[in-house]
Write a protein that binds this ligand. Structure first.
Ligand SMILES: [Fe+2]
Ligand SMILES: [Fe+2]
Length: 231
């Protein structure tokens, strides 16, 4: 979203060192891949951006360190990249999925982790590939693909799960209309400790006003604006 880097232009002096260049290039590439998956389904335009921004804001609120927050943001952009491997006939189906179709959709976290597998900086026990792999796990162990429970789920994946659900509930789907922010927040609170880590739900409640403002007027924000409590 924000035009941070222009390698041959006047903004080059803003880049402090090679790490910033590499990080921002990786971020921009993640954002473009997230846009690619959102473009496959017009119902979900901006979904990957929303998940990236809200996940990072939650990480900041929970006082994760800056590197962890940056990783969360990139994982947010890429969390559904595996949907590229799901047939459009299922992804764009109007109406309820059959059990067999739902089983196909449930493969997208594994496919996504495989897609980013060659990127070595995304690997590691709690790295971006693991956040993608586990973003549909549930805190009570009833999620997929591994059925991990509680703190066995990478923390980043628990954060993305909350941001993903908030964004998804507020967007139209073929089988239901978008719901309001307050409705989405109530639903997430109701599922605290079953579907979601209560620490993450509480963080969302704490920054709810800022998140609501961002979602209602995304175009006037750049990605960093929501991160107002950055330590
Ligand atoms: Fe971004
Ligand atoms: Fe997903």
């Amino acid at each position: 979203m924000r035009d941070v880097i222009d390698l041959v232009g006047a903004k080059t002096e803003e880049i402090k060192n090679g790490y910033d260049i590499v990080h921002e290039t990786v971020h921009q590439f993640a954002e473009s891949l997230g846009n690619a998956i959102d473009a496959k389904d017009t119902c979900t335009s901006s979904h990957s951006d929303e998940v990236a921004v809200i996940s990072k804001a939650l990480g900041v609120q929970i006082r994760l360190n800056p590197d962890e927050c940056r990783a969360l943001h990139i994982a947010g952009h890429l969390h559904d990249i595996g949907k590229i491997g799901i047939p459009d006939s299922i992804l764009k189906k109007k109406g309820k999925l059959t059990d067999e179709e739902y089983e196909v959709v449930k493969k997208h976290p594994v496919i996504g982790a495989g897609i980013v597998g060659p990127v070595s900086v995304f690997s590691g026990e709690n790295g971006i590939a693991k956040m993608i792999l586990h973003h549909h796990e549930r805190f009570d162990g009833k999620g997929y693909p591994a059925g991990l429970k509680g703190h066995d789920i990478p923390f980043g994946a628990r954060i993305i799960a909350v941001a993903d659900t908030l964004s998804a509930i507020m967007q139209d789907r073929p089988y239901r209309q978008a719901m309001s922010f307050n409705h989405a927040l109530e639903e997430i609170e109701r599922c605290s400790e079953t579907q979601f880590d209560p620490v993450v739900v509480n963080a969302l409640i704490e920054i709810a006003d800022d998140v609501q403002k961002y979602l209602s007027d995304m175009k006037s924000y750049n990605e960093e604006d929501l991160i107002i409590k950055d330590a």
